[in-house]
Ligand binder design. Structure first.
Ligand code: GLN
Length: 193
């Protein structure tokens, strides 16, 4: 069965996610209006600029539909997308506020706004690109920490059907993280009544 994975296509690097979704043999659907969420198996909220994403989501009346979708179905936020999902953002109001994590925007300082590294998660290694990335500064009960940097900073976390990464797997040729999300979707099917 070919899965339908939506990508919020308001702003940011949604085209790269779309390519990666197609690369793992799933169908990619661009989400710009509430009705585009109908019939999706999962959703990716891409990187970009969270403040801009929020403004556009308000303009298109997408905030409540996105909140309802992400409360129920597999949703993955990369970078600005992770900021959108967080229940707490240091120093400002939350956006969707569905995932029990606290994020700090632009947490890596001016000198090293961007860098590439390799992360080990459950025995597999993944290429990870950080661009003016947020840090997950804390997680609450029920959230699994998937990846940390050498200094212990949390950069990937999962809470049931919700996934947040500080980095951008879609900007590399490594489709591993998208495969991981697809597995989450497939596992989620079994969990449904
Ligand atoms: N710095 C951006 C923000 O705060 C996120 C950067 C990104 O998505 N690459 O929204």
């Amino acid at each position: 069965m070919v899965r339908r994975i939506g990508v919020l296509a308001l702003q940011g690097d949604f085209a790269e996610h779309k390519k990666a979704i197609q690369g793992i043999g799933a169908e990619a659907v661009e989400v710009r209006l509430p009705q585009h969420l109908n019939g999706l198996d999962g959703l990716i909220i891409p990187g970009g600029e969270s403040t801009t994403l929020r403004k556009l989501a308000d303009m298109y009346n997408l905030m409540e539909p996105l909140r309802m979708f992400s409360q129920k179905y597999p949703t993955w936020g990369t970078c600005a997308g992770a900021i959108m999902l967080a229940k707490e953002i240091v120093g400002q109001e939350a956006h969707l506020g569905v995932m029990d994590i606290t994020v700090q925007r632009n947490a890596f300082g001016r000198q090293i706004n961007s860098f590439i590294t390799t992360l080990d998660i459950e025995g597999d290694s993944y290429a990870a690109v950080f661009i003016r990335a947020p840090l997950i500064v804390s997680v609450r009960a029920g959230v699994d920490i998937l990846a940390t940097l050498e200094d212990g900073g949390i950069v990937a976390a999962q809470q049931g059907h919700l996934l947040a990464t500080s980095f951008h797997p879609e900007l590399t040729d490594d489709l591993g993280f998208h495969r991981r999300f697809l597995k989450m979707i497939e596992r989620y099917d079994y969990a449904q009544p």
